[in-house]
Design a protein around this ligand. Structure first.
Ligand SMILES: C[S@@+](CC[C@H](N)C(=O)[O-])C[C@H]1O[C@@H](n2cnc3c(N)ncnc32)[C@H](O)[C@@H]1O
Length: 204
């Protein structure tokens, strides 16, 4: 990710947990918002009932406490052991809800109402996008929601790897309807002017 001095790293493959371990180890995490962002806060406050939620690629999982304190059955997963350890240390009473797992293999113990997206799709190599979209579909029953922040950009180098709007729509159109699409008011510099808060509902 751009915007901060870059330490030396030995891993260059963002599909590997080691890539992310190194970055968390060296505290090079320019994607970190430092807390739960405004549109997520409003979404959680406005939910008609507590939701069963999954946060894939959660990193330090700062949104987990917000969800759990609202009574949600939320779980944060990440395949980087260093990220998981840091998230557990930050999560206080919710530490047990941070799980080391690969998104592509994780089987939630309960049916999900919501998958939360934040800097996960844009962290993965572009060729994995169809797999991510199919996994989102598989994790959610009809009516389930995919909500969060989507990063739109066409710079070739990453992460973050931005997506083009027509590509995102192409990935999701078969399985989801877009029910919210808003500008983001509290972006951090890495994402400023290039992200949207979106909610996609799983089709029946
Ligand atoms: C750019 S960071 C974003 C972290 C967090 N969502 C945030 O916004 O602060 C991407 C995260 O996705 C995780 N990740 C990448 N591929 C993954 C996979 N296949 N399964 C689980 N986590 C993965 C990385 O370890 C890293 O913590």
């Amino acid at each position: 990710m751009a915007g901060a001095p870059v330490p030396e790293f030995s891993s260059r493959d963002p599909a590997s947990p080691r890539f992310w371990d190194e970055r968390f180890d060296k505290a090079f995490t320019p994607w970190e918002r430092g807390g739960a962002p405004a549109q997520l806060r409003r979404f959680v406050a406005g939910a008609a009932r507590p939701l069963a939620a999954l946060v894939p690629g959660a990193g330090s999982a700062r949104e987990l406490a917000l969800m759990c304190e609202a009574g949600w059955d939320a779980t944060a997963i990440d395949f980087s052991p260093v990220a998981v350890a840091q998230a557990q240390a930050l999560a206080g009473p919710w530490a047990g809800r941070v799980v080391e797992a690969d998104f592509f293999a994780y089987a939630p113990p309960l049916p999900l109402d919501l998958v939360y997206e934040q800097a996960f799709l844009c962290a993965l190599p572009r060729q994995r996008r169809p797999d991510v979209a199919r996994r989102w579909e598989a994790l959610l029953a009809p009516g389930g929601l995919l909500a969060g922040y989507f990063f739109f950009d066409d710079a070739p180098k990453g992460p973050p790897f931005g997506v083009k709007r027509d590509e995102l729509e192409g990935l999701l159109a078969a399985g989801f309807d877009c029910v919210a699409d808003e500008a983001v008011e509290d972006s951090i510099p890495v994402f400023a002017g290039k992200e949207r808060w979106m909610v996609w509902r799983r089709k029946s």
